[in-house]
Design a protein around this ligand. Structure first.
Ligand code: FAD
Length: 504
């Protein structure tokens, strides 16, 4: 039984049902499909296919409440995300093993990263050749176009080229791969689940919300779920794998009495197993931008080939910064906005034309949490990403801001640039820090709330089994002990691929 039909759930359901001796039931709270315009990610945020969560007021962001989009639809976040396909630097996987996730490192994950993809024209030592996700680069940006100039801007700013941003050396300037095939979104549903839907041993149920795991004498034997006003129980003959994502998985565990005992007792939930790490260690890449106005819109023919840059904040650091060029000015919160919508309304077409350079911190130290507001499964959890809880993260974001500004002001972009839009004429350290906090939004890469490990804060063991409960595993973004130095989707797919191999 696979609970949560998002990125990881689709991968698991497809892989497990390859064995005709196994019966697989996939339960998903959301609808079977998203809207017809599959590429317009922003339009899907705050829509019926988004859980549309809100954070707790963020102390590091002037008490602002940020929007937390999470896919509520088959494919989960892979149906509403921004489609960039990126792997982390090897050191960000090796860190997992160093922190106690025995057997989880770059070398052990590489076969699953490769097995998930078909990367056309890339070095097969590092890239997959026959996996379900078909990746490729768009046609190179035309000479004289904005995106063509961004490569020059990056080179002139001192970064070197990487031949493949998902290959042996991900550091530097690389063309960005997307989960787009023939102009359409390639969600985990499309890449993995749809080809498996005809199998008689696979049942997929949508519009079904798990409200509690059924535990019998220390073993998970099924799931209680609701469809509309009705409550039912599905019984598992073998394993239950929770793949409800970095917010949904700890929420379901805690609703089932698995989590920090005192928190559960405070809410009147019977404690089945005291597991202090459940819902702790929530983190994301903080994400911000600088932007510049131009005389006219930069649409680049509708097929941009944007570079992204992976860099180090200092020569001794592991790669910890990411920059991306964007051909429009990103919206910036004004100091009086107490609530930041990361929804479509904020992204409405603007009067001002321009471009942005986004920057994010790939190895944040800040940690937050997911807790329950009440024992009612229908109430949204309390989500505290804890942005800048560790002040060193803000220091590094200011470093990143300086780099991003230098990129945006590069001579190669002078023919397009009119003026700086955000931040405007800010140079002193205090103002730069203020701007970095003002411009910070979630990146949507939440991880860590059911971390793999062996210590007291670990939730799952290296086989992804929930500590102290038989027959129950978690296998999604929540199991990453620390965030990878890249956008998270490709890594979640690889984790689910590995989980499937552990179960078969
Ligand atoms: C706006 C946004 C943009 C992003 N852009 C990128 C990008 O460009 N590149 C990239 O690499 N990553 C990106 N990401 C991150 C990436 O998409 C996620 O890390 C990844 O998809 C998470 O996969 P998951 O399986 O852990 O969770 P999800 O994909 O969120 O799946 C969880 C599923 O469980 C379901 N569920 C939850 N609770 C229950 C319940 N109680 N009962 C039944 N079902 C339940 C949910 O509806 C959902 O379908 C983005 C994320 C967001 C939100």
């Amino acid at each position: 039984m696979v609970v949560g039909g998002g990125t990881a759930g689709c991968v698991l359901a497809a892989r497990l049902s390859q064995d005709s001796n196994v019966r697989v039931l996939l339960l998903e709270a959301g609808a079977e499909q998203g809207p017809a315009d599959t590429l317009n990610d922003v339009a899907m945020w705050d829509s019926p296919v988004d859980w549309a969560y809100r954070s707790t007021p963020q102390r590091g962001l002037d008490e602002v409440v940020v929007a937390i989009p999470r896919g509520k639809v088959l494919g989960g976040c892979s149906t509403i995300n921004s489609l960039a396909h990126l792997r982390g630097h090897r050191s960000s996987y090796d860190t997992w093993e160093e922190a106690g996730a025995t057997g989880w490192n770059n070398d052990t994950l590489l076969p699953f990263l490769k097995g998930s993809e078909t990367a056309v024209g890339m070095d097969p030592r590092w890239r997959g050749t026959d996996g379900p996700m078909v990746l490729g680069l768009g046609p190179p940006a035309e000479a004289g176009s904005f995106y063509h100039a961004t490569y020059r801007a990056a080179l002139d700013s001192g970064y070197r080229r990487s031949p493949d941003g998902n290959g042996e050396h991900i550091e530097g300037i690389a063309r960005t791969e997307f989960n787009i095939v023939n102009g359409a979104r390639q969600s985990a549903t499309e890449a993995y689940l749809r080809p498996a839907l005809g199998r008689p041993n696979l049942t997929v149920r949508t519009g079904v919300t798990a409200r509690r795991l059924v535990l019998t004498r220390g073993r998970c034997t099924g799931v209680e779920y609701t469809t509309g006003d009705d409550t039912h129980t599905a019984r598992a003959r073998r394993d239950v794998v929770v793949t409800a994502g970095a917010i949904g998985s700890p929420q379901l565990l805690m609703l089932s009495g698995i989590g920090p005992a005192q928190h559960l007792r405070d809410l009147g939930i019977d404690v089945e197993h005291d597991l202090p790490g459940v819902g702790q260690n929530l983190h994301d890449h903080p994400f911000a931008h600088v932007s510049f106005s131009t005389r006219k819109p930069l649409d680049d023919g509708g097929a941009p080939d944007p570079p992204h840059i992976v860099a180090r904040s200092s020569p001794t650091a592991a790669p910890d910064l990411q920059f991306v060029f964007v051909h429009f000015p990103m919206p910036t919160r004004s100091p009086s906005d107490r609530f930041e919508r990361w929804g479509s309304s904020q992204w409405a077409p603007r009067q001002v034309h321009g471009y942005s350079v986004t920057f994010s911190l790939l190895r944040p130290r800040s940690r937050g949490s997911v807790r329950l507001l009440s024992r009612d499964p229908a109430s949204a959890p309390l989500i505290d990403p804890g942005y800048y809880a560790d002040p060193r993260d803000l220091d590094l974001m200011v470093t990143a801001l300086r780099h991003a500004r230098r990129l945006g002001l590069a001579g190669a972009l002078a023919p397009w640039r009119l003026a700086e839009l955000a931040p405007v004429e800010v140079t002193d350290e205090r103002s730069l820090r203020e701007y970095a906090r003002l411009a910070t939004t979630p990146f949507g890469h939440f991880v860590g709330t059911c971390a793999i490990g062996t210590g007291p804060r670990a939730v799952v063991d290296p086989h992804l089994r929930v500590q102290g409960v038989d027959g129950l595993r978690v296998a999604d973004a929540s199991v990453m002990p620390s965030i990878v130095a890249a956008n998270t989707h490709a890594t979640v797919v690889a984790i689910a691929e590995r989980a499937a191999s552990m179960l078969t």
